[in-house]
Ligand binder design. Structure first.
Ligand code: GDP
Ligand code: IMO
Ligand code: MG
Length: 434
């Protein structure tokens, strides 16, 4: 086995939409394999090339680099109709994935009744602001041993029997009046939609183990983020997969020793879309400014994102959970032109003490008020490519941010385009990009 390899994980450290897509696109030319390992089309990863924006939901963000082989691992849940649309959109923009894509035969399918159940729940009192893409029900069916996997499509005669148990449970739950396609229609539609994708289905674990053994460089693209992780996030206001590091191993079948470095992605401020604890949230003009300047509207659903200052306790928690080696701090330019920039260094409890601990219960977040440290603002960082050219005030802010999460910065992003940003000298990213 080759010893010369740097297999790298890209993981979100907040509540998603940190800019993972940009970082994966930027790093992809230096990797042979780019792998998604969890989540589904709840993800929306935007890549900007020469001012043109491309949104990817299920296709790994290495798609724009012809030298990258793209793998959708077993931990992903896939909506094949949406996947095909995404392939078509990419093709019309000149990116053909034929011959460089594999979909795991063990990945689970998102089916119409999963989406119906997700939407039905979101219409009730327990709504959590999901993306409405059927993600939760697809993972539930997987855990409940009623899931349908891509490999089942290669045995069409068994498909109706595989789908039936889950389908009938949803029918029962939603009642006879629910607008669901018949089981026969679900099977027929699925086979028709799946047909052009069948050649891509394969044993992704064997593919990745072989790639690892021959010394291919492998880039793992996380979707969502640690605070949305089903175990380590703000439960129950989370997604239904392990978006933190553990999900990488279960979602690919590779062992931990196949991974060399972990790059944690965080915005220079914090956003969240959907319901749930978010102590940083600013309901004032500054929050609105971050939303407008940062274009903080969901890539998948178009919903306005909730905005606030950088939250050190949640980001430090994410760094610990994932063993992050270096930070990619994104969207620093969005803070340009502010008189002062805040950094949440802890939370003030109802008793007046300061804590950096995250409560495990959603109810316990309610009494927490952010303890904000303010820094002098700066004029502009947009497009800066050398960290030595940053304004002194931006330096001071970033130094305090690093101190608060105890992980160094490896990459700083100063605009959406590929060339807008800088790799920090002396960090593990530097030789990787060389
Ligand atoms: P992801 O889900 O983590 O891939 O992030 P999204 O793509 O949902 O959201 C990040 C958004 O910020 C995208 O529209 C990116 O084009 C944009 N973006 C990424 N980096 C920067 C940056 O440094 N500055 C600015 N202004 N926008 C950025
Ligand atoms: P990327 O990969 C931001 C949020 C939803 C909701 C919760 C559960 O682009 O960072 P789900 O549909 O997964 O059952 O919804 O998770 N959510 C995301 N928020 N970015 C994402 O993905 C998200 N994927 C899910 O808004 O609060
Ligand atoms: Mg996103």
């Amino acid at each position: 086995m080759s010893l010369v390899r740097t297999n790298l994980a890209i993981l979100g450290l907040q509540w998603g939409d940190e800019g993972k897509g940009k970082v994966v696109d930027l790093l992809s030319p230096h990797f042979h394999q780019v792998v998604r390992f969890q989540g589904g089309n709840n993800a929306g990863h935007t890549v900007v090339v020469d001012g043109q924006s491309i949104a990817l939901h299920q296709v790994p963000s290495g798609a724009l680099h012809p030298g990258c082989f793209l793998v959708v691992g077993n931990g992903v849940v896939l909506n094949l109709e949406v996947f095909q649309q995404e392939l078509d959109r990419l093709r019309t923009r000149g990116f053909d994935l034929a011959g460089r894509l594999m979909l795991s035969d063990r990945a689970h399918l998102i089916l119409p009744h999963h989406i119906a159940l997700d939407l039905w729940r979101e219409g009730g009192a327990n709504k959590i602001g999901t993306t409405g893409r059927g993600i939760g029900p697809a993972y539930e069916m997987k855990a409940g041993r009623m899931g349908v996997r891509l490999g089942d499509l290669l045995h069409p005669e068994t498909l109706a029997d595989r789908i039936r148990p889950g389908y009938e449970e949803v029918r029962l739950r939603l009642g006879a009046g629910a607008e669901l396609p018949s089981l026969e229609t679900v099977v027929e539609d699925l086979l028709r939609i799946a047909d052009p994708l069948l050649p891509f289905i394969g044993d992704s674990q064997s593919h990745l183990v072989a790639a690892w053994e021959r010394g291919d460089r492998i880039l793992f693209e996380g979707a969502q983020a640690t605070l949305l992780d089903i175990d380590h996030g703000t439960y129950p206001f989370v997604t239904s997969s392990n978006c933190s590091l553990g999900g990488l191993f279960t979602g690919t079948g590779l062992p931990p020793k196949a991974l060399d470095k972990i790059l944690g992605i965080a915005k220079a401020y914090t956003t969240r879309v959907g319901s749930g604890p978010f102590p940083a949230e600013m309901h004032d003009a500054t929050g609105e400014r971050l939303r407008q300047v940062g274009r903080e509207f969901g890539t998948t659903t178009g919903r306005p994102r909730r905005c606030g200052w950088f939250d050190a306790p949640i980001t430090a928690h994410a760094c610990r959970t994932n063993g992050v080696d270096g930070l990619a701090i994104m969207k620093l330019d969005v803070l340009d032109g502010l008189d002062e920039v805040g950094l949440i260094v802890g939370y003030r409890t109802g008793e007046g003490t300061i804590t950096t601990e995250l409560p495990s219960c959603a109810a316990d977040w309610k009494g927490l008020q952010p303890e904000v440290k303010y820094f002098k603002g700066w004029a502009s960082t947009r497009g800066i490519t050398k960290h030595g050219e940053l304004p002194a005030e931006a330096h001071a802010y970033l130094e305090a941010l690093v101190e608060s999460v105890e992980v160094p910065i490896a990459y700083l992003s100063t605009g959406p385009d590929r060339q807008e940003g800088c790799v920090y000298p002396g960090t593990f990213l530097e030789p990787l990009l060389g």
